[in-house]
Design a protein around this ligand. Structure first.
Ligand SMILES: C[S@@+](CC[C@H](N)C(=O)[O-])C[C@H]1O[C@@H](n2cnc3c(N)ncnc32)[C@H](O)[C@@H]1O
Length: 259
């Protein structure tokens, strides 16, 4: 693994990253992009198989469109409206997607880091980021390797993202690393259902959903959050509207221990 590019862009300048649509974003000068692409060179550049090309095309071009459309529904909007405003001070949102949470952050936020590995989704998020009344820095990186200093954020926020992260244990450790002691991790995530029959179907469908939607629906989020060293301070677990195998939710807050 090696870093192929680390650069800071002021979106208002002409040095805008290649994935940001040229729509005049950055007019307020509050939006910054940091492109931190990590590639396994041999893997990325030597693979010539059509099958892999097709998967790459699906993942890079089709999936971001499906994610953007799929995440725009009323039930989700209601939950965004109750969870996002809890975030304050310096906030890291992991898996920013197309930025649908951005309008829900309040004036309690001083700065938002929006971390998202999909360049297509970051391009969409840039439009909403530019309208935010606080500085936003978009980080093109995965949660397994967060390009921020230890203890540098007050809040980590995540909505419907943990299911998509391939190495979730590594990512949760990274989230803890960047969250200051006493800082809050606020989450709304779907995951493993308590009913054996539903969980069995979640296990069966996981490989298919992984490919089609980039999502593993069978992760037991509460256990994983605790294993990563967070102290859970609030947790609601229940089915929301929708098919049972994807609608069991873990909604809550956890704290990074003080010592
Ligand atoms: C279902 S979408 C949710 C997007 C957004 N959080 C929302 O609420 O609309 C899952 C997001 O996780 C992102 N993702 C996938 N792998 C990731 C990783 N390793 N680290 C961080 N985010 C990741 C996807 O690109 C996608 O934007």
């Amino acid at each position: 693994m090696f870093v192929i590019s680390i650069a800071a862009f002021d979106a208002a300048s002409s040095a805008r990253g290649p994935f940001v649509p040229d729509t005049g974003i950055g007019a307020q000068g509050l939006l910054q992009l940091r492109v931190t692409s990590r590639h396994d060179g041999a893997h990325s550049f030597a693979q010539g198989h059509n099958e892999r090309d097709a998967m790459g095309w699906y993942e890079n071009r089709i999936l971001p469109v499906l994610i953007d459309r799929g995440m725009r529904n009323e039930v989700m909007a209601e939950h965004r409206a109750t969870t996002v405003p809890l975030a304050s001070q310096t906030v890291l949102e992991v898996g920013l997607g197309s930025g649908l949470n951005i309008p829900y952050y309040t004036n309690k936020v001083d700065r938002l880091y929006g971390l998202e590995p999909s360049q297509d989704l970051l391009g969409k998020a840039a439009l909403l980021a530019d309208a935010a009344p606080f500085p936003v820095e978009l980080l093109a990186a995965p949660a397994e390797d967060i390009p921020l200093e230890n203890d540098s954020v007050d809040t980590v926020f995540s909505s419907w993202t943990l299911c998509s992260i391939p190495s979730l244990k590594v990512a949760l450790k990274e989230m803890r690393r960047v969250l200051r002691p006493g800082g809050r991790f606020i989450f709304i995530e779907h995951g493993r259902a308590p009913d054996a029959n539903v969980a069995k179907w979640q296990d069966r469908i996981a490989p298919v959903l992984r490919v089609l939607a980039g999502c593993s629906p069978n992760k037991k989020m509460d256990d994983l959050i605790v294993e990563a060293g967070f102290e859970v301070t609030q947790m609601e677990k229940s089915y929301l509207k929708g098919p049972k195998f994807i609608s069991y939710h873990y909604i809550g807050q956890a704290r990074s221990p003080l010592a």
